[in-house]
Design a protein around this ligand. Structure first.
Ligand code: NAD
Length: 255
């Protein structure tokens, strides 16, 4: 799919992966809606990129908010690419703590709401909007790319909520691709390992020292642009559909 003359929506578009993806999609010729909660970062990025990018304050847990962001994107040009890469809180607590107390189901559900239900909300609504696009070659109308994590495969100690939500995002991928096949909308998922982004609330040097040595090869955390290059490739390559691509330098989370 040629992205020039189309629009794209990036949830979490002001974040580490999101901003790198926004830049790549703009460079490939798309008009991008930065759909993020973070007003300051979102506006600053949109100002920097000029006419090619629009910041729309968006909360992926709200139907109305997501509807508005999609309508704005589809009003710029046919919406053909959606990258779901928003963040959110995740516990750093074991299911049962040292005092013998269970981690509250309400907190678990909130994490699932943002990462999994939020992904479903954006994916389903974006795909619905894409059905109104004129078909391209091979009946293609667009692509939705979600973001899981290698924690969705291997789990992560102290992150039952996050691992379960990301496992759900992985499980959604093939079903969504099959459901949407008659509409010409593809669905793909990226499962990153450890990448330095603002989500790590420390300097890049400290993060690399802590996380880099555990990665087999290359022996470092990933760069956000490595995620963004993969997202762009998925958008442009029509034969990628219904699967999850790990991008992790061969890292596997072990206990
Ligand atoms: N960085 C990593 O190592 C890594 C690894 C695996 C998976 N991931 C996943 O990649 C995604 C992005 O991570 P990142 O490292 O770029 O994080 P980040 O913190 O740099 O960016 C996340 C962005 O999401 C926005 N956001 C948070 N809640 C939102 C909501 N309800 N609606 C809309 N936007 C919201 C934030 O404002 C922020 O700009 C997350 O889903 C994360 O789980 C990251």
């Amino acid at each position: 799919m040629d992205l020039s003359g189309s629009s794209a929506l990036v949830t979490g578009g002001a974040g580490g992966f999101g901003a790198a993806t926004t830049r790549r999609l703009v460079a490939a010729g798309a008009k991008v809606v930065i759909a993020d909660l973070a007003e300051d970062k979102g506006k600053a990025l949109a100002d920097e990129l000029g006419d090619a990018a629009t910041f729309v304050p968006t909360d992926v847990t709200s139907d109305d908010s997501v509807d508005e962001a999609i309508a704005i994107a589809a009003g710029l040009a046919p919406l053909r690419t959606t990258v779901i890469v928003h963040g959110g809180p995740a516990a750093a607590r074991r299911m049962v703590n040292r005092k013998g107390e269970a981690y509250p189901a309400e907190v678990f559900a909130r994490t699932v709401d943002i990462f999994l239900t939020g992904t479903y909300r954006v994916m389903s609504k974006a795909a619905a909007a894409m059905t109104r696009n004129e078909p391209l070659e091979d009946n293609q109308r667009g692509v939705v790319i979600s973001t899981a994590s290698i924690a969705g495969f291997e789990g992560q100690v102290g992150q039952s909520d996050y691992s379960a939500a990301k496992g759900g995002v992985i499980g959604l991928t093939l079903t969504a691709a099959r459901d949407l096949a008659p509409t010409g909308v593809r669905v793909m998922c990226i499962a990153p390992g450890t990448f330095f982004t603002p989500a790590y609330k420390m300097s890049e040097e400290d993060a690399q020292a802590k996380w880099g040595p555990g990665v087999p090869n290359p022996k470092r955390m990933g760069h956000a642009d490595e995620y963004a290059r993969l997202a762009q490739h998925i958008a442009e390559n029509d034969y990628l559909n219904g699967t999850v691509i790990r991008i992790d330098g061969a890292l596997r989370f072990n206990i």
